[in-house]
Design a protein around this ligand. Structure first.
Ligand code: NAP
Ligand code: ZN
Length: 362
């Protein structure tokens, strides 16, 4: 994990010199509102102005960014020559910036080509998260929505951010909904990374610590959204969980959650988390001890279910038998399966979705 991480309150101001070396012209990708409200865009532009770095802000990154929005951005700013890109916001703007870092410097590529890996350069990426969930500030992944409406990630070492500034202050502005969904995303990264067949002794240390922190501080921060200590702990947990998936990738829970986001509008972290209990049950058939170990802070699988239920993770969503069949067909072919312990056949996945439908979803 080669990212130079600057973690802490006022990270940008305190470590502003880390921005000096990338050149004189930058394009900043961010969302519509939040980076203006939480002070992060001002922090950034103040430093850029101080250093005489010219900037363009493209602030139309949608949630779950799609190919069409990449093309819109290319049309708007693609003619200019930039030295580096900044992704400022939640996972959506950070992932968007990573994709644009490739597209802006390989002018003949389309969004589809990002998945083919036929490129050898990307502009340097700087990541500044304003949510504590995705860990995109320390990963080589970018998750986009393709033209058919599928969420698909691509990975390349070229898009690892060079530098990230991780300031918990920006997350003080998240409301309860965003706090919950992003915190659960981080939990899924840590648990799935720990369970992944690609887990390492080192990634496991980070995963265990992240789960411990989230089990304690997610309920606390949801009770007290402006609490700085709780926010800092969640930001650190999300960062640690990001480091985990930079080594392991995610597993089948992420693949199962994607259609709940793209077709039913359930936010990414919640969509993944509601599948986690059933996924872990299947995983424990092959890796019982590991499941027990990572769920110790919750007291096991049923404890995790209670934790999620008490936080209000299980929202009502309409899903039909037809949805289940289609989603299971797709998920059973996802790459995530090969790194997930347990037998995730199409039948097993149908059962998982069906039990969700019976228990939580309409
Ligand atoms: P997001 O989609 O980036 O943002 C969700 C909402 O939160 C937006 O409305 C955004 O507003 C708002 N928001 C962001 N920061 C805020 C703040 N500080 N205060 C108040 N509101 C704020 O959410 P996310 O959960 O961070 O990212 C999810 C995306 O990341 C998904 O596409 C997911 O697939 C991807 N992901 C990527 C990785 C990876 O490794 N690359 C890992 C997991 C997930 P604005 O629109 O105004 O900014
Ligand atoms: Zn995720």
């Amino acid at each position: 994990m080669p990212v130079k991480v600057n973690f802490g309150w006022k990270a940008l101001r305190e470590r502003k010199d880390a921005l000096k070396s990338f050149g004189k012209k930058v394009v900043v990708f961010t969302g519509r509102r939040s980076s203006k409200e939480n002070g992060s865009l001002d922090d950034l532009t103040n430093v850029l102005e101080e250093f005489g770095i010219g900037y363009t802000v493209w602030d139309e990154v949608p949630e779950n960014p799609d190919f069409q929005s990449l093309e819109k951005a290319l049309k708007d700013v693609g003619e200019e020559n930039f030295d580096f890109v900044v992704g400022l916001g939640g996972g959506s703007p950070m992932d968007f910036a990573k994709a644009m870092a490739v597209l802006l410097i390989n002018k003949d590529l389309s969004p589809e080509d990002l998945y083919k890996g036929a490129y050898e350069k990307a502009l340097p990426v700087v990541a500044i998260p304003t949510t504590s969930g995705t860990g995109s500030e320390v990963t080589q992944y970018s998750v986009l929505t393709d033209r058919e409406g599928n969420k698909r990630g691509f990975g390349s070492d070229l898009i690892f951010p060079k530098v990230s500034f991780v300031d918990p202050r920006y997350t003080l502005f998240m409301n309860e909904d965003i706090t919950l969904t992003t915190g659960l995303d981080a939990l899924c990264h840590a648990v799935e990374g720990f369970m992944s067949k690609r887990a390492t002794p080192i990634s496991d240390i980070f995963a265990l610590e992240a789960v411990k922190k989230i089990s304690e501080f997610l309920p606390k921060v949801l009770e007290d959204l402006k609490n700085e200590r709780h926010r800092e702990n969640m930001m650190m947990a999300s960062l640690m969980a990001g480091i985990v998936i930079s080594q392991t990738g995610t597993t089948v829970a992420h693949a199962l959650g994607y259609p709940l986001t793209t077709e039913k509008g359930v936010r990414h972290g919640l969509a993944t988390a509601v599948t986690l209990v059933e996924v872990l049950k299947v995983m424990s058939e092959e890796a019982e001890e590991k499941v027990k170990e990572i769920l110790k802070p919750f007291g096991g699988i049923e404890g995790l279910r209670r934790f999620l239920r008490d936080l209000g993770a299980y929202k009502k969503v309409e899903i039909s038998q037809d949805d289940i069949e289609r989603w299971a067909e797709k998920a059973s072919k996802a790459r995530h399966i090969q790194f997930s312990p347990g037998n995730f056949s199409k039948e097993t996945i149908v059962k998982i979705y069906t039990s969700l439908k019976e228990e939580y979803l309409v």
